[in-house]
Design a protein around this ligand. Structure first.
Ligand SMILES: Nc1ncnc2c1ncn2[C@@H]1O[C@H](COP(=O)(O)OP(=O)(O)OP(=O)(O)O)[C@@H](O)[C@H]1O
Ligand SMILES: [Mg+2]
Length: 222
């Protein structure tokens, strides 16, 4: 499903070179639930954004479902993203004037990949533990509730791949477990998941755990 080779990302910041990704090779088979752990600043968000075609690598190759994303036009890359990938961003960025439900249905109404279906969006909000919050505005939701709306939003197009960036960062331990159990259930129903986090305690939920360190990705020793 994902095939990455020789991936390098270099940022220039104030004349200094930062190289968070320094020659990464990575494969993910359909059906895996891969957790990537790494310290703050190790390059986790950069890596996910490149996998999803949101950021261009400095060098190296990324294939999703056999498509080399560097060779796609912007329109083809967007289409691949809409059809295949659900993003859970580190900072959810919900639209303030829209309710929780409207934030969830928004991407299906824009992309047209799946018909806009408020009933399905409502069941997703229930699955993430937010029954009764469908008509609430983001300003009236807690940090953890915003995260859960963002998870529902990532699922609405029925993606085959979920890229999740610290999806449980603002949650209490109990809600964190519930959200991780939800991801595991989503994975068992056939969706591939790549999740990044600094929290090594999430390891038991994944089928494989890797570590991002010094620009490299290696198997994590549990
Ligand atoms: N657009 C950018 N321009 C310059 N430097 C950047 C940019 N984006 C990220 N970086 C740098 O690249 C490194 C990796 O950042 P990244 O956001 O991928 O880390 P992370 O592992 O997700 O960290 P965290 O756990 O804090 O979210 C950091 O040193 C960061 O400052
Ligand atoms: Mg990050």
């Amino acid at each position: 499903m994902i095939d990455v080779s020789g991936l390098v990302k270099i940022f220039l910041e104030g004349g200094r070179e930062i190289r968070p990704l320094d020659g990464i090779d990575f494969t993910c088979e359909r059906g895996e639930f891969i957790l990537i752990v790494g310290r703050s600043g190790s390059g986790k968000t950069t890596f996910l954004n490149i996998l999803g075609g949101l950021t261009q690598p400095s060098s190296g190759r990324v294939k999703i479902d056999g498509n080399e994303i560097g060779k796609l036009s912007d329109a083809e890359c967007s289409a691949l993203r809409f059809r295949t990938i659900g993003f859970v961003f580190q900072f959810p960025g919900l639209l303030a004037p829209l309710t929780a439900l409207e934030n969830v249905t928004l991407s299906s109404s824009i992309t047209g990949v799946t018909p806009e279906d408020p009933a399905y969006a409502r069941t997703l909000l229930e699955r993430v533990g937010l029954p009764g919050k469908a008509d609430t505005l983001p300003a009236h939701l807690s940090g953890g509730e915003l995260k859960r709306v963002a998870i529902a939003r990532a699922l609405v197009n029925r993606p085959s791949l979920i890229l999740a960036d610290e999806p449980t960062a603002d949650l209490d331990i109990e809600t964190e477990r519930e959200v991780m159990a939800l991801f595991r259930e989503i994975n068992r129903s056939g969706t591939t998941i790549v999740m990044v986090t600094h929290n090594t305690e999430l390891a038991p939920f994944a089928s494989r755990v890797m570590k991002m360190e010094n620009g490299n990705l290696t198997e994590y020793e549990r």
